[in-house]
Ligand binder design. Structure first.
Ligand SMILES: CC(C)(COP(=O)(O)OP(=O)(O)OC[C@H]1O[C@@H](n2cnc3c(N)ncnc32)[C@H](O)[C@@H]1OP(=O)(O)O)[C@@H](O)C(=O)NCCC(=O)NCCS
Length: 224
């Protein structure tokens, strides 16, 4: 069992997910008590991405991610009584950047914390334009995939972004992540831009990121 998985098993869901279409999926904003579970989920969802930044200790990464402040609203999806997925919606453009350094330093030795800090700063994308809502960190736990959890999360985030008056939703996805790309296309996202990741290839595991958007409000595409 990987370290992140071991952490996951102690992070509030040692029960297996119930991957049945008959179980209702309930999406809600995350609470403080969900942080450990979310940290473990994100660590497991993007294992290759975090190793070059935080090191190869999956459990340490999961703990760190559990504490790392988010620039947006974090949501979780409950399915069969367990947290089965998470996603983040960022709409604010004026909020100050969240304080990363104290959290990095709490979990990592000084030089690794500094390296992670500089990497995260240099990778940090500009906040979304005022009419746009950005969707990030979409992850479903492996044993709950294919049951509609990802789509339920995305629908809730799109509805909330629309309700908040945003005209467009946007996200980045790594080229070749076909499961995610198909999910996004199935709910009306289309690729707008393909951008090279340059020196961050080792982090993203691909040469390009795709920037996908979807209109919100009147005239928005139909979804299934
Ligand atoms: C991408 C991810 C969030 C999808 O979550 P999910 O709960 O399994 O997705 P859903 O069950 O809601 O599926 C919705 C649609 O996505 C597509 N899809 C999902 N998994 C797929 C797969 N393995 N292969 C192809 N298409 C897939 C299908 O179009 C599916 O619709 P359908 O079932 O009607 O055919 C999940 O695979 C995951 O957590 N991956 C690792 C983290 C990640 O890459 N996140 C995206 C970052 S941008």
């Amino acid at each position: 069992m990987s370290q992140a998985r071991r952490f996951l098993s102690t992070a509030g869901f040692d029960r297996p997910a119930v991957s049945t279409a008959f179980e209702p999926i309930f999406v809600r904003p995350a609470r403080q008590a969900d942080r450990r579970t979310i940290g473990a989920l994100v660590a497991i969802g993007f294992p290759d991405k975090f190793a070059p930044i935080f090191g190869r200790n999956g459990e340490q990464t999961a703990r760190l991610l559990a504490e790392l402040p988010s620039s947006g609203t974090v949501y979780v999806a409950e399915h069969g009584g367990v947290i089965a997925g998470t996603a983040t919606l960022t709409m604010s453009t004026s909020a100050p950047p969240p304080p990363l350094w104290p959290v990095l330093r709490r979990h990592l030795p000084f030089w690794r914390a500094l390296r992670a800090f500089l990497l995260l700063l240099s990778m940090g994308a500009a906040g979304p334009a005022s009419r746009t809502a950005m969707i990030e960190a979409v992850v479903v736990r492996p044993d709950a995939r294919g049951a509609g959890v990802g789509r339920a999360l995305m629908r809730t985030l799109l509805e909330d972004a629309e309700r908040a008056g945003r005209e467009e939703a946007a996200l980045y996805v790594v080229e070749g992540n076909d499961a995610a790309i198909r999910l996004y296309e199935s709910i009306g996202f289309a690729m707008r831009r393909r951008q090279a990741v340059g020196i961050y290839r080792g982090i993203f595991g691909a040469r390009h990121l795709l920037y996908m958007t979807r209109r919100l409000g009147p005239g928005a595409p139909l979804t299934r």
